[in-house]
Ligand binder design. Structure first.
Ligand SMILES: Nc1ncnc2c1ncn2[C@@H]1O[C@H](COP(=O)(O)OP(=O)(O)OP(=O)(O)O)[C@@H](O)[C@H]1O
Ligand SMILES: [Mg+2]
Length: 293
């Protein structure tokens, strides 16, 4: 399982340039964590009964299976160049991409993906495989987008939900591995309501509210400084839409870390709306960390 030291960093590749960016991030991550890197290409064609071998008499280098082998070989070579010394293996797995990658997730330390792939819908900001895998994976998922802003902090979005703990822990570990600072950001819009139909007071004490929101941060960060004494930690509560605050912070961040789900039990199976928005607008790579069930 993913606590084992041998659990690999897994990267999904589809032959696109964006996936190769993911390969480079994944290789660096495997090196930092002293983990092997596993390159996976999901190969849909056999399931669709499309012939994958070259037709009889055609050159042996033709055919879809050969193309898939080339995609994996290129990605393995890119990983080895990016992080010499990291053990890298490549595999073609027959199946639909999101299903194959989700199948990898219980045993993976981390899955790394590009934000887009070969898909042709120009208006998509983040591809469907990336969205499905970040939504349902059993391990953290890192999506390559924007830039790692060197010297910037690892920014973590904190909403005070129990799930925030796993998110903060992952972010602190990332900061420690990268020799970066950790910046915990809690954005709030108005006093928290206590349930459906709850009336918001028309007038409330702004400073008391700020105190409560600061409390959310303090609780979420409890123990982190002790566990990661090497990591400088800053935190801020801002009165702003969470997705906007995190997107803004991503402009100087090394990485933005968000949780996989929102507050309520009904949203339990879905990627929270804040995480979804950050995934679509971040100027730095985004890690989505779902809390364990
Ligand atoms: N067949 C695949 N095998 C392995 N990983 C894949 C595969 N397809 C996509 N991925 C991974 O997912 C990332 C995002 O690609 P995705 O398919 O979500 O975007 P897209 O192709 O632009 O959109 P869509 O497929 O929804 O039209 C890729 O960069 C790659 O890391
Ligand atoms: Mg695709």
């Amino acid at each position: 399982m993913n606590s084992a030291n041998s659990a690999a960093v897994v990267v999904g590749v589809d032959g696109s340039e964006r996936a190769l960016r993911a390969v480079r991030l994944a290789a660096a991550e495997a090196r930092r964590r002293h983990r092997p890197l596993r390159v996976v290409h999901a190969f849909i064609w056999p399931l669709l009964r499309v012939p994958v071998e070259p037709p009889e008499g055609a050159p042996p280098g033709g055919g879809l299976r050969h193309q898939a082998e080339q995609v994996v070989a290129d990605a393995v070579a890119a990983a080895e160049a990016a992080a010499p010394g990291v053990p890298v293996t490549g595999e073609i797995i027959d199946g639909e991409a999101a299903a194959v990658l989700l199948g990898e997730s219980p045993a993976a330390a981390l899955i790394v993906l590009g934000d887009r792939g070969l898909g042709g819908f120009a208006s998509l900001v983040v591809g469907s495989v990336a969205v499905q895998v970040t939504t349902y994976a059993d391990c953290p998922v890192l999506v390559a987008r924007g830039e790692e802003h060197a010297g910037g902090p690892v920014v973590v979005g904190v909403d005070g939900s129990p799930a925030s703990r796993a998110t903060v822990e992952f972010a602190a570990e990332q900061a420690s591995l990268r020799g970066a600072a950790l910046h915990a950001l809690h954005a709030y819009r108005h006093p928290a309501s206590s349930g459906p139909g709850d009336m918001q007071p028309l007038v409330y004490d702004e400073s008391a509210l700020r105190g409560e929101e600061d409390q959310v941060l303090t609780e979420s960060l409890a123990g982190v400084a002790d566990r990661y004494p090497d990591v400088p930690i800053t935190h801020r509560a801002v009165r702003k839409r969470p997705a906007a605050a995190l997107t803004e912070a991503s402009r100087d961040a090394l990485l933005v870390v968000v949780g996989g789900r929102g507050h309520g039990p009904l949203t339990g199976l879905l990627l929270g709306s804040v995480s979804h928005a950050v995934l679509h607008h971040s100027a730095s790579p985004v890690a989505v960390v779902r809390a364990p069930e």
